[in-house]
Design a protein around this ligand. Sequence first.
Ligand code: C6P
Length: 407
Amino acid sequence: MKSLEQIRADFPILQRQVHGRPLVYLDNAATSQKPLPVLQAMETYYRQTNANVHRGVHTLSEEATAQYEAARSRIARFINAASAKEIIFTRNTTEAINLVAYSWGLDHLRPGDEVLITQMEHHSNIVPWQLICQRTGATLRYVPLSPEGRLRLDLLDTLLTERTKLFAFVAMSNVLGTINPVAELVAAAHRVGALALVDGAQSVPHMPVDVQALGADFLAFSSHKMCGPTGLGVLYGRRELLERMSPFQGGGDMIREVRLEGSRWNALPWKFEAGTPAIAEAIGLGAAVDYLAGLGMENVREHERTLVRYAVDRLSQVEGLRILGPTNGERGGVVAFTLEGIHPHDVAAILDAEGIAVRAGHHCAQPIHDFYGIVASARASFYFYNTPGEVDCLAAALERVQHVFAA
Ligand code: C6P
């Protein structure tokens, strides 16, 4: 594996200064930074190939189509999908989940059916199910949280019943850092005949993910959190399920034939990709997964495991600081916290003045904050290019924040 220094040199933005201080970028759960191979792949595409895909017979269009579809195949390999036909390009994780909610949910849910989600979901895995349950008359249920920020798996057997048609859950919480036992949860869903949708927005960028080993029916994730560009997400779906599902949106490219009397749909995966897709972005994500595979996802996970353990230790020593989520055992590279008597937005603003980027707010997971009786938290989130020195910078800055407010 490259040294940390070599890795950091691949990310031009990490060399910049903010307010006269070296940037300490700790907002990776919101979006990651992009390495040179991704920037170069997109620039080369626009300089040399730019054309629409699946439409032209001219050389540029054929090249663009080949590059776009090659990216799909690389992404399929990255998560060990059985076929590239199981990789649907969407705008982001949010749209991938909405695709399942509307295409599968509207056709399959009726009054008496249940959809099970959890109390630690991001809004994008709550609101689509609220909307679809309202439309279909199905009931939405939640697996509650334990005080340490894990799922109450002891209640799973009573919550998952033959009425449950879908269990949709996050693989790693963007607030608590909790890593859920995905394969176990998928198997529990399957035992009652339910499908399992995994929100992989925070897992696919940070750890090895093998959809066949997990047994997941659907997996949603976003390009921009894994070194790729914004504007692109992925829905993995098992082929036989996708084959049977209705299209999500109608328009160009998703059809085989359009007559005034009606239309027939294109084959997978294009049945779910209406209109001109995000071509440069798909090519960018192809370069991103090559970059991540080059580092090795086991190495990415190991680096973050060490870093977050250090961060939890170091931040626990800051007076009045309370970490949300598990503080021992396995945990992802996300540390959300409160500082007694200081609003998280003030914490983030003072840190920004020192060049340290963290996020403050409810992080699109209000139910978690409700559970802890708070309205917001500050959050540092790490990636493979962060260093122990940056954790020290954060801890020292937080100690100064404490002092300023105590004075
Ligand atoms: N969380 C964060 O700062 P989109 O916005 O569609 O790319 O991803 C949505 C999403 C879904 N699930 C989880 C677990 C997520 O963390 C996110 C995005 C960002 O935590 C932005 S709100």
